[in-house]
Design a protein around this ligand. Structure first.
Ligand SMILES: Nc1ncnc2c1ncn2[C@@H]1O[C@H](COP(=O)(O)OP(=O)(O)OP(=O)(O)O)[C@@H](O)[C@H]1O
Length: 596
């Protein structure tokens, strides 16, 4: 019941006047057929009784009611569309607002949450109008049923009871079908997401080159069709059940109506009821049965909408994934450093441990480099540092204060970062940089300075519209559709660096593979710039190019979830461990190629 109220409330809050208007129009629409039936009976009986006067008023009333019956559906349709549009905006706003309140990544990365999110996006938009329309139909149907039932009662109490009782199996069956359909929609959600994924892969630009090169088109198409087949099979099974059940119910209604008709015709022949009564009876049986069937159908639709709306409610009320104290500790400028103290972490209970007791200090004003084989957890460590996840055990301390005591937003405000999987936004070059610090949006000087530091300025000024050029071939500038450009991987990387450099005043700079896509000269250039930028600043650099990390004040080697080697370049070479072996391997590879 709470969910019904929540769904109806959403519709009323979204567009109050339209929702009320819709309700009123529907009630009038429900009462009109009953009034028409009564007036028709009166007119027929008067004519049959030979009356020649007093017919004009009921006839005029019939005209007015006819106009209402003709006009109300259009008004209702318009008001319903108004409510639908408003609910769509409000439901989406609340849904994405709730997602924005998720400060970490764990919930967002949960596949079950994604299934729920997909259903929530649909049901948030569809369920409130369905509930509102359903309630309206119920009210209207209730009025019609009540009106005709009273009418029918006057002609035959027995037929009335039989017709009304015929609604009970209909209600039970329809509710069962609604539950089954809601369950089916939940079950097919993963298949639906996969089908959309294959569709996007085939129609988007992200994988277009590999799909063409490896000839993957028919492979993904076949997978998409298989998923669609599974979805259709599940829907068909419910449809067939519906067909069987509703067919049986239709037959039952027809038998009841037929028996009633036989009875009333015989009663009229025997003179116990009038000709007007026959007309009234026929209208009443059809009216009660029609209104009952549609009322039950509406109730079942409300039931299904409410079951699905539960997913929406679950998403908009999703609990915070990163608990934050009511009075968080302030995040002061970093003075001493950041300490990882016996940090253990895994992505979920089903995943293996990634970090198994990491102990590491990032001293303030110093540069720390993290190195290690693929998958040892370097990126994971910096994501913990940004509090995108919380450790399972141990703590990360910012000048001695556990970061869990801080507001994640305040903490992140102190950090600049380029992630390994940085994002290329389909926005203008200026916007792509400004996303690093939205206060710089429109501030050409700041954007240009950041781009110059990252070595991106020349590339960007050479674009058709300079910094205002759209960095996308999917969306184009509507004023000048020919100007969207696609940057190269290295050029994108410089834009991502510029985004990080925009956050110059921050305490900590995180660079996760900042030069992996750059050519040798550009890489050297970037590392020289980074070296200058990192001097006297606290930074964490992750790179597999050991030539780029050798200048770091501290180099930490991560292995099997722990820091296994720690020191500067010379110390680690002298230690002759993993770092020294990797460094010799890399430098030997370069030197072999150089003649002499
Ligand atoms: N979001 C995630 N969910 C589940 N597992 C993850 C997730 N991200 C990373 N992992 C796993 O955690 C481990 C560590 O990944 P991480 O990206 O931190 O390694 P890395 O040291 O940065 O590797 P690389 O040098 O290849 O970039 C890997 O086994 C990876 O599969």
């Amino acid at each position: 019941m709470n969910t019904v109220l929540a769904a109806a409330r959403l519709a009323f809050v979204a567009r109050p006047l339209a929702a009320v208007g819709f309700l009123v129009a529907a009630v009038l629409g429900g009462a009109a057929p009953v009034a028409i039936a009564w007036l028709t009976r009166a007119v027929i009986d008067r004519i049959a009784g030979g009356a020649t006067t007093g017919l004009l008023l009921p006839a005029l009333l019939l005209v007015v009611l006819g106009v209402l019956v003709a006009g109300l559906p259009h008004l209702e349709r318009y008001l319903r569309a108004e409510v639908n549009r408003a609910v769509d905006v409000l439901a989406r706003d609340r849904l994405f607002g709730a997602l924005d309140r998720l400060r970490g990544l764990a919930t967002l990365e949960d596949p079950a949450f994604h299934d729920r999110l997909q259903l929530a996006a649909d049901s948030g938009r569809i369920s409130p109008p369905t509930v509102l329309a359903g309630v309206v139909e119920l009210v209207r149907g209730g009025l019609t049923v009540a009106g005709f039932a009273v009418t029918l009662l006057l002609v035959s109490p027995l037929v009335t009871v039989v017709v009304l009782a015929g609604g009970i199996p209909v209600a039970l069956a329809e509710f069962g079908l609604a539950r089954r359909r809601a369950r089916m929609l939940w079950e097919i959600e993963p298949w639906q997401r996969r089908e959309i994924f294959y569709g996007n892969l085939l129609s988007g630009t992200r994988a277009a080159h590999e799909i063409r090169l490896f000839g993957l088109g028919s492979f993904f198409r076949a997978r998409m069709v298989t998923e669609l087949g599974a979805i259709n099979a599940a829907a068909r099974s419910v449809d067939r059940r519906e067909l069987r059940v509703q067919g049986a119910l239709g037959l039952l209604a027809a038998v009841i109506a037929g028996c009633g008709l036989v009875w009333v015709v015989q009663a009229a022949a025997g003179g116990t009821v009038s000709i007007g009564d026959v007309a009234l009876f026929v209208a009443a049986v059809a009216g009660v049965q029609g209104a009952l069937a549609s009322g039950v159908d509406q109730a079942a639709q409300i039931h299904q909408a409410v079951l699905l709306f539960d997913h929406y409610q679950a998403v908009v009320t999703v609990p915070a994934d990163l608990p934050t104290p009511t009075h968080p500790e302030p995040v002061p400028r970093l003075r001493e450093g950041i300490e990882f103290r016996d940090v253990w972490f895994r992505y979920s209970d089903e995943h293996p441990w990634v970090l198994r007791g990491v102990n590491l200090t990032v001293p303030a004003g110093r540069s720390v480099a993290l190195v290690g084989h693929n998958g040892v957890g370097k990126s994971t460590l910096v994501k913990l540092l940004c509090r995108l996840y919380d450790p399972d055990r141990g703590a990360i301390l910012w000048d001695g204060v556990d970061v869990r005591e801080m507001d994640p937003l305040a903490l992140r405000d102190r950090i600049g970062a380029v992630f390994q999987d940085y994002v290329n936004y389909d926005l203008s070059a200026a916007e792509n940089i400004a996303l690093g610090d939205l206060t710089a949006l429109g501030d050409e000087t700041r954007l240009r300075e950041a781009a110059e530091r990252a070595g991106a300025h020349e590339t960007l000024t050479a674009l058709p519209r300079g910094y205002d050029t759209m960095l996308s071939r999917t969306f184009t500038d509507s004023a000048d559709p020919g100007t969207g450009v696609a940057l190269s991987g290295g050029q994108w990387q410089r834009v991502a660096l510029a985004r990080a450099f925009l956050r110059v005043g921050r305490d900590l700079l995180i660079l996760d593979e900042p030069s992996s896509g750059l050519d040798a000269e550009a890489e050297h250039d970037i590392h020289t710039r980074l070296h200058e930028h990192r001097a006297e600043r606290t930074s964490v650099l992750i790179s597999h190019r050991l030539g780029a990390v050798r200048d770091a004040d501290v180099i930490a080697v991560l292995d099997r979830g722990r820091v296994t080697e720690l020191g500067d370049h010379a110390e680690l070479l002298a230690h002759d461990g993993v770092y020294a072996r990797l460094y010799r391997l890399q430098s030997k590879g370069y030197l072999q190629e150089v003649p002499g």
